[in-house]
Design a protein around this ligand. Structure first.
Ligand code: G3P
Ligand code: CA
Length: 317
């Protein structure tokens, strides 16, 4: 080989080495737990439903902090758009159940999220209702400290951006459930969502779930790399075919739409199966060992965590 060719050969090999180490780094960076093939430190994910909602007001940063503290692998949140087009965390269409909106804006019945601007929403107390209703009876049972209870009063409605930043800061994961908003074009909702996920550089840390499957399609069209989960109450006629047509990454069945054989089948085909919502220790234990179940949504992540530790060993992450 002539000297000229030898130099060219050495330069080419060096270039290949640099390029392959770059692509390896990119592969490591894009290791997304929601995607098929990603390795989990335990086979089942502890998913805090709207945060640790038995211990803190649902869909608030306090519920996220509590879920992180008790060891959940990720938190699920519900999002809706305000009147001025900002995603905020809220389960219901109306603000009435989980804020003091009736007191602050008595004339604005039925207090729909999309009738309020973010500035107005930020005036609301989204925590006191939790203490007043104690709907999971965890205050009564002495599982919510006085300090925690005091800190919840005056808790604000978070924006999705705040929830994403909190998740990122803690090197955590998040499932964004987009509630159906049929008064807006799906492309517009998906566009805002994907642009926020990209702006906050959260592509590898989120999954987007919804009962609105056309919205999920719109998200996939905009960014095929963002994992999407189809939530269902009743199973479609042929779930495997349905998920394939939707280009979904995951399936989120209610107890009605869920069978053990379906979970095993879908998991075998590479879909994540995340089931909702279970809160009893015997149910959590039962489903945690069921073939094909990759994650369980629970209002009691503090109860699921020791069960997963016992079944699979402590979480290494
Ligand atoms: O993600 C599953 C579950 O959260 C869907 O139902 O009403 O609890 O938001 P819901
Ligand atoms: Ca939800």
């Amino acid at each position: 080989m002539s000297r000229k060719w030898r130099i060219a050969f050495v330069a080419l090999s060096a270039l290949i080495t640099v390029l392959s180490s770059w692509s390896l780094a990119a592969a490591v960076e894009s290791d997304n737990i929601f995607l098929h093939g990603a390795k989990l430190s335990r086979p089942v994910l502890n998913i805090a439903h709207a945060g640790a909602s038995s211990l803190a007001p649902q869909n608030t940063l306090a519920a996220g902090r509590k879920a992180l503290q008790v060891g959940a692998d990720l938190w699920e949140i519900d999002v809706r758009l305000t009147k001025d087009g900002i995603f905020i965390l809220m389960h219901d269409k109306s603000l009435k159940r989980t804020t003091n909106v009736e007191e602050v804006f008595p004339e604005r019945s039925p207090w729909l999220v999309n009738d309020f601007t973010l500035a107005e929403l930020k005036k609301l107390d989204a925590g006191s209702w939790f203490i007043e209703t104690d709907s999971f009876k965890q205050i009564k049972e002495g599982n919510v400290s006085i300090e925690d209870q005091q800190s919840y009063s005056g808790e604000r409605v978070p924006t999705l951006r705040e929830a994403l930043e909190f998740t990122q800061k803690n090197d955590w994961r998040i499932d964004i459930e987009v509630k159906p908003m049929d008064y807006l074009p799906r492309e517009e909702i998906a566009g805002k969502l994907v642009s926020l996920i990209k702006k906050t550089k959260m592509e590898n840390w989120v999954m987007v779930s919804s009962f609105d499957h056309d919205l999920l399609k719109a998200v996939k069209r905009l960014d095929p790399d963002i994992p999407i989960a189809a939530l269902v109450i009743f199973a479609p006629w042929n779930p495997a075919r349905y998920l394939e047509d939707l280009e979904a990454d995951a399936y989120g069945p209610s107890p009605v739409g869920f069978t053990a054989s379906l979970a095993a089948k879908l998991a075998g085909l590479g879909y994540g199966v995340y089931i909702w919502t279970y809160n009893q220790a015997d149910q959590l234990r039962h489903f945690a060992t069921m073939e094909g179940v990759r994650g369980i949504y629970t209002d009691f992540p503090q109860l699921l965590e020791p069960i997963l530790d016992e079944l699979f060993g402590p979480d290494e992450d």
